[in-house]
Design a protein around this ligand. Structure first.
Ligand SMILES: Nc1ncnc2c1ncn2[C@@H]1O[C@H](COP(=O)(O)OP(=O)(O)OP(=O)(O)O)[C@@H](O)[C@H]1O
Ligand SMILES: [Mg+2]
Length: 260
């Protein structure tokens, strides 16, 4: 078995694959402030879920924001791991949009999953999961409910601020003026979609396009970004673990190389 651990800014993901590069088990835990602890917890949870012991794991690759703090054999970049993971599942994909808790990335890959170009926003919360978390918090809605509320909206409001702090004031003002919460939520999804569309336009949007990262679990965001990009994206069943899956595939390949 081989493990990939993606110590992301929000969540730590562990994926275990077998010799056939199939996912045997996985776990997602909050990262908190201690990446060493969260990565151990994620791996233990994944092992337990799969009925495995740690001794079965021959090689571990770590990636993500806290990757240097994870107990692993080798480290790879998130861009490399996401590209590997997507290429294994969807070799037809040429552009990947990954939206996580703290940054967003657009990656262009070739048919072998090699990275051709990428763009990244890690300077500003707008355009990341953090933006939606801040807004969900002031609207007192769980992040998992934003998607459902989005589809109730008939008149999405226009959020014009490109800054999270100013957008927060705008949301409060819309609500106090009597706007429906679903219209505000849909407006927020279109605002974040606009930011991500602008970032991905820098590298070009070659089809097929896949969405990954935890924010791709929000169907409202997926609809807003698909509409803005005018395309039907490929959506993995569990988009949040794709980076860790790619890391696990790289663990297998790196291990095999060290053996020859
Ligand atoms: N079911 C869900 N519905 C909506 N949003 C979700 C859901 N699950 C997770 N998210 C959002 O996904 C984000 C975390 O995604 P992910 O795990 O890809 O980020 P990360 O890898 O920790 O961060 P980064 O890549 O920026 O370091 C959070 O903002 C969280 O609110
Ligand atoms: Mg991530």
């Amino acid at each position: 078995m081989y493990a990939g651990i993606d110590a992301g800014a929000s969540a730590t993901k562990a994926v275990i694959v077998n010799e056939n590069e199939e996912i045997v088990s996985y776990a997602i835990v909050p990262s908190g402030i201690n990446f060493k602890a969260s990565s151990e917890e994620a791996l233990e949870k994944a092992l337990k879920k799969g009925g495995l012991i740690k001794q079965r794991v021959s090689y571990i690759v770590s990636t993500g924001y806290g990757r240097e703090l994870v107990n692993a054999n080798i480290v790879f970049s998130e861009i490399t791991c996401i590209s590997r993971g997507v290429n294994k599942l969807f070799p037809e994909v040429r552009t990947i949009i990954d939206v996580g808790g703290q940054d967003s990335k657009a990656i262009r890959v070739d048919s072998n999953g090699r990275v051709l170009d990428f763009a990244m926003n890690d300077k500003c919360a707008a355009g990341t999961g953090r933006f939606l978390e801040v807004m969900a918090n002031i609207l007192r809605k769980p992040i998992e409910e934003l998607g459902l509320l989005h589809f109730k909206s008939l008149n999405p409001v226009k959020i014009s601020s490109t800054c999270t702090v100013f957008a927060e004031s705008e949301v409060i003002s819309h609500i106090s003026q009597g706007c429906k919460i679903e219209d505000v939520i849909a407006g927020l999804h279109y605002a974040i979609a606009e930011r991500i569309f602008n970032m991905s336009s820098r590298i070009g949007l070659e089809k097929e396009v896949a969405f990954t990262g935890g924010v791709a679990k929000n169907p409202g965001f997926v609809e807003a970004l698909s509409k803005r990009m005018r395309l039907n994206p490929i959506l993995p069943k569990e988009p949040q673990i794709i980076c860790a899956f790619g890391a696990a595939l790289l663990a297998k390949r790196t291990y095999e190389k060290t053996k020859t």
